[in-house]
Write a protein that binds this ligand. Structure first.
Ligand SMILES: Cc1cc2nc3c(=O)[nH]c(=O)nc-3n(C[C@H](O)[C@H](O)[C@H](O)COP(=O)(O)OP(=O)(O)OC[C@H]3O[C@@H](n4cnc5c(N)ncnc54)[C@H](O)[C@@H]3O)c2cc1C
Length: 186
């Protein structure tokens, strides 16, 4: 599956990101996964909607009715990258034309496409992380000068502070803005 990419809605808890997802040789990556990883905690599930903006079950049942002779992999390849479609069809459905497949497996596959829930067995850790997602508590710092309230003369900025931005430049912005505030105060 490595290299296959698709739009997805990735969700951890109540936080969701509609962005691209990428299968890699080691697991899942891409903007949606990187974003949601900041909200993921070890042992908890994430859910992935692989057919965003579409009721996958309704679509599969409609295709069974409208295109009874089509192979499921063909139908799935219209919604998903071809390699993913082939793999899912082989794993989840019998090799039969759509008309001969029961509604139940189509419903199960449709539910999975709109809400694939899995518990990641880990992240790549700090070696690959884009942001530390932790640091000095903001309540211990002056928001104007970034000076530590209990240690006069010590200023804490950027990644060293417990401030985490979404992807898209917010972490650079935070590093530069907090650095400038501290520099001006010094
Ligand atoms: C792969 C990757 C991609 C990223 N992409 C984005 C992005 O697209 N958009 C975005 O907003 N953010 C991105 N980030 C996050 C962003 O780079 C950081 O949030 C930002 O650089 C933090 O700035 P900083 O000055 O706090 O820390 P850093 O940039 O880490 O600077 C700390 C500096 O201190 C030096 N240092 C460490 N220890 C010592 C020491 N003992 N003595 C002297 N120097 C020392 C380090 O060498 C380093 O140069 C990305 C991060 C990574 C790793």
């Amino acid at each position: 599956m490595s290299g296959a990419a698709l739009p997805t809605v990735a969700k951890a808890g109540k936080t969701a990101f509609a962005e691209a997802m990428l299968f890699t040789h080691r697991g899942l990556s891409g903007p949606a996964i990187l974003q949601v990883s900041s909200y993921w905690r070890p042992g908890s599930p994430i859910s992935l909607d692989l057919a965003p903006d579409r009721d996958a079950t309704g679509h599969l049942l409609a295709m069974k009715r409208d295109r009874p002779r089509a192979q499921p992999a063909t139908i799935l390849a219209e919604m998903l990258p071809a390699r993913l479609a082939t793999a899912l069809a082989a794993q989840e459905l019998p090799t039969l034309p759509m008309a001969e497949i029961g509604d139940a497996p189509l419903r199960m596959l449709g539910a999975m496409l709109n809400g694939w829930t899995l518990v990641p067995d880990g992240s790549e850790g700090y070696a690959k992380a884009e942001v530390t997602a932790g640091g000095v508590d903001t309540s211990c710092l002056s928001s104007r000068t970034m000076e530590a309230k209990s240690v006069p003369g010590l200023h804490v900025i950027g990644e060293a502070v417990d401030v985490t931005g979404w992807l898209g430049g917010y972490n650079f912005q935070w590093a530069w803005a907090s650095g400038r505030a501290a520099g001006e105060a010094v």
